[in-house]
Design a protein around this ligand. Structure first.
Ligand SMILES: C[S@@+](CC[C@H](N)C(=O)[O-])C[C@H]1O[C@@H](n2cnc3c(N)ncnc32)[C@H](O)[C@@H]1O
Length: 274
């Protein structure tokens, strides 16, 4: 009994000590052993979740997906890229008049891609447009897409800065990027409890403590032109409870729109991030 107590104590102490260390301020985690373990565990979890409970669990995010797709402002002939598409839950909220042959969607998890391919048939999306890929190394030439969407994927990508740089590279002039994600707002710090929780969530599905301005980094030409909270906007038991942590951000290259005054990643209304 005593041995078990001291083992539990040591484990807790280890977690408490390591929590601040694994905060993602450089996103170079994948090069470390810790990062590789996180990655392997997360991949395994996504493989399992894709074929079991992912779709029912995420059903309540549909209103968020509608807002995100509306923000993308997709025109019928736009070339669209979905990054980390998962099982394809966004397909059903695409505008009906979109030329679906111009949509490309990919994910790192083979099982997620398998499920998305099954859904693609339903929505007349060519199966070959859904593929396994890595957001950090896109297999496309520069300025290839008018609209790029990260549906709840940026927090799972090991190096989100690299993924955003790739998005910037393949984005057509005057294109836009929309991100739906759990984010820490500028000027806020995750609570210690949230940092602790992050230790576990990273191994299962995502880093829950990322900040968009930090992920963009200093060299980015992206500016955030819209940033909104999903608090009170999601449906269902699960999504409604966690909706307050989620944001939808719209990015453009500011050089493409000199008339736009970037408003920065600050919410005018008070938001709850924990
Ligand atoms: C939280 S899930 C979201 C899935 C789906 N977009 C949705 O909204 O239901 C995050 C997804 O990002 C994918 N992912 C993680 N790292 C990735 C990478 N480097 N490139 C592409 N997808 C990645 C995962 O496999 C997973 O499917």
């Amino acid at each position: 009994m005593k041995a078990r107590l001291s083992q539990s104590f040591l484990f807790l102490a280890f977690i408490i000590l390591i929590a601040p260390l694994q905060a993602t301020d450089t996103f170079k985690e994948e090069q470390t052993m810790f990062g590789r373990a996180v990655r392997a565990s997360q991949n395994f979890c996504y493989q399992v979740m894709a074929k079991t409970f992912w779709d029912p669990l995420m059903r309540g995010f549909k209103p968020g997906r509608v807002i995100a797709i509306t923000e993308l402002d997709i025109q019928p002939d736009d070339k669209v890229l979905f990054v980390g598409e998962g099982t394809g839950l966004d397909f059903e909220v695409l505008p009906e008049d979109l030329n679906k042959t111009n949509l490309q969607a990919f994910d790192f998890s083979p099982e997620m891609v398998k499920q998305a391919k099954l859904k693609a048939h339903q929505f007349n999306i060519p199966e070959e447009n859904i593929f396994i890929g890595d957001a950090q190394h896109l297999p496309f030439k520069d300025e290839r897409f008018d609209k790029i969407y990260f549906p709840l994927s940026l927090a799972s990508i090991p190096n989100p800065t690299l993924a955003l740089q790739e998005a910037e590279r393949v984005l057509e002039k005057k294109g836009r990027v929309v991100i739906m994600e759990k984010l820490i707002d500028d000027g806020h710090q995750p609570s210690y409890l949230r940092q602790l929780l992050n230790f576990f969530t990273k191994f299962i599905f995502a880093d829950i403590n990322r900040n968009l301005t930090q992920m963009l980094g200093e060299g980015s030409s992206f500016k955030i032109i819209n940033y909104q909270s999903l608090e009170g906007k999601l449906s269902g038991f699960f999504a409604r409870r966690i909706g307050a942590s989620y944001r939808i951000a719209t990015l453009v290259r500011i050089n493409d729109f000199p008339e736009l005054e970037a408003q920065g990643a600050k919410l005018s209304q008070k938001t709850k991030t924990d």
